[in-house]
Design a protein around this ligand. Structure first.
Ligand code: BGC
Ligand code: NOJ
Length: 822
């Protein structure tokens, strides 16, 4: 069942009912000011850091679901309603929510009154702009009241929902004309404040939640709305909010537009205060000093008129069109073409937010993951190379001298997170993958020569290349009894905690370690080591380190031989060895006989190709792990808790790491299928998890049909096919790599752009555009037999063709080619 549709020409997903199977959200903001917005206007805003600079309050896992957001109330005669349906939940005559790239709009009506709301964060502005247009579509004049509402969060989101003994006494506000300022804790250590303004003179306002709602009312029926009158409350402690009351009379056919700005300001500490209260200023206590509002006023002025808002909106659209034009796809298959667009959008959002704030990540639990963000690079480097570079620098700065790294860091401080610490032994290799991809894409070889701190030290630094060297050599320096890499706390599978041995429910699986870590080994890390070696070797040679390059080649060959020797199970690659040296992911095991990760990396790295291992492994994936909704992570799921395995065996069968479908590692198998010559099998796997292909079963899948989720319940789960953790997941980047580099076959290599499309059979002809190192490559694919030979003809513009590698000649800006497959 569908709940909306892709409006391809508008580049929007249009949702036609507020009652989607789960809140379907979007993200606003691209620099520092960020908001989440659901299809009923729920969500919240923060600046830079979802934990430390939370601007508006949200209550996760609240009842009813998705309560709190930027809400509007409309009072029109007896009717009280909200354009986003919530919080009033009155029946609407029409409702539509459209999520676009970086913006969301609502278009609803009731009793002849139409409300259009446009929400976005303009580029270069620390603000969410909200433009509300009311139109009287009836035949009689209307007196309309519009009431706005946001609830402030007291900045530290964790403290805000735990430390009530303090928080209930600290809230501070100022009110001046149409602007409500939130200045809690400003006087002591904060140099920042938030505001919520409107470009009109309100007839009333509220800043105290209790006065606005009534102590025992919910957001659906605030007392001030029932009374038809704002309380004009000036908050003093408790829970500060911001609400404006506006009134207008609309003749038939007449419209009125208001612009609201939810803004954030940082002041220089020396310039924090205004010399004196402005005339008309309201605050709870006249003895308090008054905010310097200069920057806030400038922001309000910048968006004071609808025309100014629309100009900023056009800029935002042009910005996204620019980003999304660097890879485009036209196959005639609408679902595949949509994935090219929406998948890239999800990649940028995931880069921006890391894993911090979604409807499944509270934004207070964790910072940016070392391996997560290193993988996110793969999805954005062609769109925002400068920002990818900056992030890779930040990530490498949290590395230790021995090549290991903090597993996470906070975006605000950029410091490694000591609570979680280090010792996830796959982490170092992801940095090589991230940097390798960045340089292949951009050609910025000098990045390898840049000095980067160890553990954020100002004095202890080494070149980026040296960091990679430490990363690479960390693996052979930490080997276990089978000649395979030690796993540490876990590898990519955070739940394979082979040194944890926890019997105490108060332990965190992520941080508890009871073994010395000298035995448990990861086959996946071994395969990754082989997989990243070609990039590493290339970077060694670019740095003139021939000896290191040779050493790496030897080390990888040895590793491959050792995987074949110790970790081939007959039909598939073993996953790991536990502390006692027993196999994990083997036919010898009762549960967890086969895992996806080692099949994915094993086949991508073509481990044991001469012996036919990749093909056998891929066949085993189909036989044992595949299902109608995708490939499960392992099978059979663990029925019991295994102290020697950790969190993986803690989940009920079919969920999360215990047999769920991880959309993150399905792509590894799909890539494995392509590089081992089976493109049709690749596509069959691809379309099972691609959200645009799941739109028709939204009632089963439940999360947004325009973005990937981390996990779909696996074949043994009661809720088989139901997705969770949508949006912020490495899934986005890996599926984009799959689509653009393997199905479409456009791969940035060290020598130029490789062109080897392996599109599904039903796509007979496709047009691909790829911007690469300043050149636009336009490729027309004729797909006769998708696993056949590739022949390339240059039709326009000059280029050197070497097998499947194409390189524009100096001065060429555009090259067109025709590629025939089969
Ligand atoms: C989840 C993993 C996640 C880890 C760290 C576990 O509970 O199952 O998917 O990576 O926590 O956040
Ligand atoms: C989510 C984590 O963010 C990621 O780092 C991990 O690899 C997967 N879960 C699998 O456990």
């Amino acid at each position: 069942m569908k709940y909306g549709f892709f409006d391809d020409s508008a580049r929007e997903y249009a949702i036609l009912t507020p009652k989607t199977p789960y809140p379907w959200i979007n993200y606003l903001g691209n620099e520092k000011f960020f908001s989440l917005v659901s299809n009923t206007a729920g969500g919240y805003a923060f600046h830079t850091d979802a934990r430390l600079r939370r601007l508006t309050r949200y209550r996760y896992n609240d009842i009813p679901l998705d309560t709190n957001g930027r809400y509007f109330y409309l009072q029109d005669g007896d009717a009280l309603w909200s354009p986003g349906w919530k919080p009033v939940k009155a029946d609407l005559d029409s409702y539509e929510c459209r999520h676009g790239f970086g913006y969301t709009r609502f278009n609803s009506s009731k009793n002849g009154l139409r409300a259009k709301v446009l929400l976005f964060v303009p580029n270069g502005a620390d603000a969410e702009v909200q433009m509300v247009t009311l139109t009287n579509e009836s035949r009689a004049a209307k007196d309309v009241t519009l009431v706005s509402f946001v609830e402030w969060c007291l900045y530290n989101a964790l403290d805000d929902c735990t430390n009530f003994q303090r928080n209930f006494s600290t809230g501070e506000v100022e009110i001046l004309g149409g602007a409500i300022y939130h200045k809690t804790e400003y006087r002591e250590r904060r140099n920042h404040y938030a505001f919520y303004s409107v470009n009109a003179t309100p007839v009333g306002f509220d800043t105290d939640r209790e006065s606005f709602l009534g102590l025992y009312n919910g957001l659906a029926a605030p007392q001030t709305l029932l009374d038809g009158k704002s309380a004009n409350s000036v908050a003093d402690g408790w829970s500060p909010i911001a609400s404006h009351r506006l009134r207008c009379t609309l003749a038939p056919g007449e419209s009125k537009t208001y612009v609201f700005v939810l803004g954030y300001v940082e002041n220089d500490p020396a310039d924090k205060w205004a010399p004196a209260p402005e005339p008309g200023l309201l605050q709870p206590n006249h003895r308090m000093r008054v905010l310097n509002k200069a920057k806030a006023l400038a922001l309000q002025e910048r968006f004071s008129l609808p025309e100014k808002v629309m100009a900023a909106f056009d800029e935002l659209r042009a910005f996204w069109d620019g980003l999304l034009s660097r890879f485009t796809l036209q196959t005639g298959n609408a679902r595949l073409d949509r994935m090219a667009l929406w998948n890239q959008y999800q990649c940028v959002v995931t880069y921006n937010f890391a894993r911090s704030a979604s409807y499944f990540e509270s934004g207070i639990g964790r910072g940016i993951g070392f391996r997560d963000t290193s993988q996110d690079m793969l999805g954005v480097v062609h769109q925002i190379p400068e920002r990818a570079r900056e992030r890779l620098f930040d990530v490498a700065s949290t590395q230790f001298e021995d090549g290991s790294a903090y597993h996470q860091f906070q975006p605000l401080t950029k410091r490694g997170n000591a609570d979680i610490g280090s010792n996830f032994n796959d982490d170092p290799l992801w940095l090589i993958l991230g940097v390798g991809n960045y340089i292949r894409e951009t050609g910025d070889v000098d990045f390898l020569k840049v000095d980067v701190p160890f553990d954020n030290s100002e004095t202890n630094k080494a070149t980026m290349f040296e960091h990679l060297k430490r990363s690479y050599n960390y693996i052979p320096n930490h080997m276990g009894p089978h000649g395979l890499p030690l796993i540490g706390r876990a590898d990519w599978n955070d739940c394979l905690n082979l040194n944890c041995f926890s019997t105490n429910p108060n332990d965190s699986f992520q941080t508890c370690t009871n073994k010395e870590g000298k035995n448990a080994e990861s086959v996946m890390i071994a395969e990754m080591f082989v997989y990243v070696t070609p990039d590493y070797v290339q970077m060694c040679r670019l740095m003139g380190e021939e000896e290191e390059a040779k050493r790496a080649e030897d080390a990888a060959a040895k590793m491959e031989a050792q995987i074949c020797n110790a970790a081939w199970d007959g039909e598939w690659y073993v996953r790991a060895f536990d502390d006692a040296g027993r196999k994990i992911g083997s036919k010898e095991c009762e549960d967890g006989k086969i895992f996806i990760e080692s099949q994915g990396f094993g086949t991508m790295a073509k481990i044991g190709k001469d012996k036919g291992y990749p093909e056998k492994s891929l066949d085993s994936v189909k036989k044992y792990l595949d299902s109608k909704y995708g490939i499960v992570i392992l099978d059979p799921p663990y029925r019991e808790y295994h102290v020697e395995l950790g969190e993986v065996s803690s989940y009920p069968p079919g969920y999360k790491e215990n047999g769920g479908i991880f959309c993150h590692n399905n792509p590894w198998v799909i890539i494995g299928e392509v590089v081992n010559g089976r493109p049709q099998d690749a596509f069959e796997h691809y379309k099972k998890i691609a959200p645009a292909y799941l739109e028709d079963i939204s009632e089963i899948h439940r999360t947004e049909p325009y973005v990937y989720a981390q996990m779909i319940a696996g074949k043994t789960a009661r809720r088989f096919g139901e997705a969770k953790n949508s949006w912020l997941t490495g899934t986005a980047a890996w599926n984009f790599v799959t689509l653009s580099q393997y199905l479409c076959g456009l791969r940035p290599t060290w020598k130029g752009l490789e062109v080897e499309p392996r599109l599904p059979e039903h796509v007979k002809n496709a047009q691909l555009v790829r911007k690469f190192q300043g050149v636009t490559y336009k490729i027309n694919v004729i797909n006769k037999k998708n696993d056949g030979a590739v022949s390339i003809v240059v039709t326009n513009g000059k280029a050197d063709v070497d097998g499947t590698i194409v390189k524009a000649q100096a001065g060429q800006k555009e090259v067109s080619r025709e590629v025939t497959i089969g």
